[in-house]
Design a protein around this ligand. Structure first.
Ligand SMILES: [Cu+2]
Length: 325
């Protein structure tokens, strides 16, 4: 697409990159927390899969039939892919759900163990300026901030007290796996994620059809205005169930936060369903509140990107999946 920069730098910095100001020390991962068994008779609302929907699976057209993606992202070609029956969260995991997990297990996220994470420049908490470690050279709107993590998403001084129903952010792929393990869940495969997000609409550009804003109404939380400095609406996350859901009941599969998938990333059009057996980066899907047409059109339902598994950002979260009952 003309005007789009290859690589789409709004989509997020990763650890180990040249721009990371916090050093590249590797922190040993803690063993996964014990799997949670819901107590017998537990109220349905307390079950970790309370917000999940069971989907029949089947064959669908995966990938971008419009040729609108970045070549390097490997969205195409559009091809038939079959997914088994499975269950998936209708929403991204919220701060409330993640807080229940850390309270029950004492789990510390990779951002907490590394001591920093990436915060979008306009979101930095006023008290956190002295904690800025650096900017990402290729994407200077990303600040490496000491002490930024899921419960202090804009750096020291910020909290999530009034955002219990917003998606948890600053979670790495490993953090997402740890949560899933505790919840008796797993991450969705990329194919499951796209099948669920498409909601039965064959070959559409968005989960609701081909038109971005039907009737002039925005259907997703993406950047509006001039990226990255001028926004015509509040910048940041919205509740996990904001905006109408897609045909399979999933909310915010376009915009709000990027979501980790299980697959290793490959842009090879011949890659197997489920991704290659190994890799350096994991697939992320859905785009975020920073995605904008001028830099990144990755809020389309076929769009994909990637990040290193230990990376975390203020616009990255996840949702859980389960095998069919
Ligand atoms: Cu983007």
């Amino acid at each position: 697409m003309t005007g789009h920069r290859a690589g789409g730098p709004c989509c997020g910095p990763g650890r180990g990159g040249a721009g990371h100001g916090a050093g590249g020390t590797t922190v040993p991962l803690a063993p996964p927390p014990p799997r949670r068994t819901p107590p017998p008779g537990a109220a349905d609302a307390e079950r970790p899969d309370a917000a999940a929907v069971a989907l029949p699976g089947g064959t669908f057209l995966m990938g971008d039939p419009f040729g609108e993606g970045y070549h390097a992202d490997g969205e195409g070609p559009a091809r038939p892919v079959t997914v088994p029956p499975f269950r998936i969260d209708t929403t991204a995991v919220s701060n409330a759900r993640f807080a229940a997990f850390t309270a029950a297990t004492g789990y510390r996220t990779e951002a907490e163990r590394y001591g920093s994470s990436y915060v979008f420049h306009l979101l930095l908490h006023p008290a956190a300026h002295r904690f800025v470690l650096g900017r990402v050279a290729a994407a200077p709107w990303w600040l490496a901030v000491e002490g930024a993590h899921w419960a202090a998403p804009e750096g020291p001084g910020s909290d999530v007290a009034d955002r219990a129903d917003h998606p948890v952010v600053h979670v790495s792929h490993g953090d997402a796996l740890a949560y899933c393990s505790w919840a008796g869940a797993r991450l969705p495969t990329e194919a499951e994620w796209e099948y669920a997000a498409r909601g039965g609409l064959e070959g559409a550009r968005y989960p609701w059809g081909d038109e971005r804003a039907p009737g002039g109404r925005e259907r997703m939380n993406v950047w509006q205005g001039r990226f990255p400095d001028l926004s015509t609406k509040p910048v940041g996350t919205v509740p996990v169930d904001a905006h109408p859901p897609g045909g399979h009941g999933l909310y915010n599969t376009s915009g709000n936060v990027w979501e980790w998938c299980a697959d290793w990333f490959s842009a090879d059009p011949r890659r197997p369903v489920g991704g290659p057996a190994q890799g350096a980066e994991r697939v992320i899907r859905g785009g975020s509140y920073l995605c904008h047409d001028s830099y990144c059109n990755r809020y389309r339902v076929a769009a994909r990107s990637r990040n290193t598994p230990d990376s975390s950002t203020g616009h990255g979260g996840f949702r859980c999946a389960w095998d069919a009952l």
